[in-house]
Ligand binder design. Structure first.
Ligand code: UD1
Length: 422
């Protein structure tokens, strides 16, 4: 069945919402539970999302007891775990690869079918594997699955060719149970990595340098019960603020850490959006009439996040002048552009660059969400059109947004979910 969202746009959004917990912080923290033995990890502020259920199922199949109630998850790990991750779950979500490092470090063996996920490029895991080999793992590829084994991981110096978020998380978790010190250079600096370090430290790990490009981890043989609060979701917060901007509305997102999305706030100011940011909340005010074109490039944190590029593109379709977006993280992350063009957007693609000539309005259309953030971008575009836009394949959007239609309705949007034949 196709999950669809009917969006009747043309109305400014107004009101206040609370940021959901971060999906991309919760997933690696959940995977980190696999480092434990006869211990429990408690998480608070976990968003209720499809990807979180997929990770819970994966942990259960591996032998964990997972209890998810409200926004709290408790993960109990006993003495025995399986080392084999089932292909069906791994194919649903690329972040399943985050179990590789902790499983290998704890069990000495891990089998992982090559992961699926959003259709935004080839997304290899070579940096994860190269780092694990440097720590003493043997990796074989058998029938499309990674078979990793080790007689014990050892600390070492690992330089990442690119500050990959997932590779940093996997290697950081593996290093926590390795013998001796690991130094991870050119590591990712995303706030989600800092949240993972908070969790690992609460388990008893010794780690320095989170939020910088160099992480130092002293391995330990045993860890303890732990609890951690998941940080607010900066990507979802940015999406709802952009929903305010695109409808020329007045939207406040509460319970956020504004520094986590300074790059977006700086770009919005450059585009002449009126913003107020104080005491953990950010408000955008009506200013679309004077919205100016801007240029930007996606980069690793603290640069502009690739996960907000599609939503910003929707907004720039209505800015005055020509905007330029360069996507430097993923090679095919402009799938939303052809759908936006169906709505009357003027977008020209040249390789990893999109040139957007601002239009005075967008038209309603039937459009398809090709991945999670592309889907969010199309919902935003729909909110700016007069008439009825239908966004198909909303299941992609549900991977990352906790009841998006409920949140938008609470801001006054006219949105309705329905199901139809694929
Ligand atoms: C994470 C986020 C995702 C976000 C991305 C970049 C989660 C669950 N997902 O994904 O939402 O878009 O960071 O901010 O946190 N690469 C390699 N080899 C590797 C690993 C990565 O070439 O071994 C490349 C990828 O193909 C991509 C780039 O590095 O082009 C960035 O990937 P990475 O930072 O690893 O993203 P993910 O951890 O997959």
């Amino acid at each position: 069945m196709d999950e669809m969202l009917k969006v009747v746009g043309g109305k400014p959004l107004r009101g206040e919402i609370k940021a959901q917990g971060s999906k991309n912080a919760a997933l690696p923290v959940m995977a980190a539970s696999l480092l434990l033995r006869d211990a429990t990890l408690e998480l608070d502020n976990v968003p209720n999302l499809k990807d979180i259920s997929t990770m819970s199922d994966l942990l259960r199949v591996l032998g964990a007891t997972v209890n998810f109630q409200g926004n709290r998850i408790s993960i109990k790990i006993g003495d025995q775990l399986s080392s084999e991750t089932p292909g069906a779950l791994v194919q649903k979500m690329r972040a399943s690869s985050l179990v590789l490092g902790p499983l290998l470090a704890r069990q000495g063996r891990a089998v992982l079918p090559l992961p699926g996920g959003c259709s935004i490029g080839s997304r290899p895991i070579d940096l994860h594997l190269k780092g694990l080999v440097k720590m003493g793992a043997t990796i074989d590829l058998v029938h499309g699955a990674v078979h990793a084994t080790t007689k014990g991981l050892s600390g070492c110096r690992i330089y990442l060719d690119f500050p990959s978020v997932g590779a940093t998380e996997n290697l950081l978790m593996a290093a926590v149970l390795a013998k001796g010190e690991t130094v991870l250079e050119n590591a990712a600096r995303e706030p989600e990595i800092v949240n993972l370090v908070d969790c690992l430290r609460s388990m008893g790990a010794e780690i320095d340098g989170e939020g910088t490009g160099v992480l130092r981890i002293k391995g330990r043989s045993e860890l303890n019960d732990a609890s951690v609060r998941i940080i607010p979701d900066r990507i979802a917060a940015c999406t709802y603020l952009l929903a305010g901007v695109i409808t020329d509305g007045n939207v406040t997102v509460n319970d956020v850490i504004p520094q986590h999305f300074d790059s977006l706030l700086a770009k919005l100011e450059e585009a002449s959006v009126d913003i107020e940011s104080k005491d953990g909340k950010v408000t955008v005010f009506p200013s679309r009439d004077k919205l100016k074109a801007i240029s930007m490039k996606t980069l690793p944190y603290p640069g502009f996040p690739t996960d907000v590029q599609p939503q910003l593109m929707s907004v720039l379709c209505l800015a005055e002048g020509t905007s330029v977006i360069k996507e430097s993280i993923f090679e095919s992350r402009f799938l939303h552009a052809s759908e936006l063009k169906k709505m009357g957007a003027n977008i020209e693609l040249q390789g990893n660059t999109a040139i957007i000539s601002g239009a005075s309005k967008l038209n309603c259309a039937d459009v398809v969400a090709t991945d999670l953030r592309a889907g969010a971008a199309l919902v935003l575009a729909g909110l700016a059109t007069e008439g009825e836009t239908v966004v198909h394949s909303m299941s992609h959007v549900d991977r990352g947004y906790e009841c998006i239609e409920g949140v938008l309705s609470s801001l006054g949007a006219q949105v309705k979910r329905f199901e139809g034949e694929d």
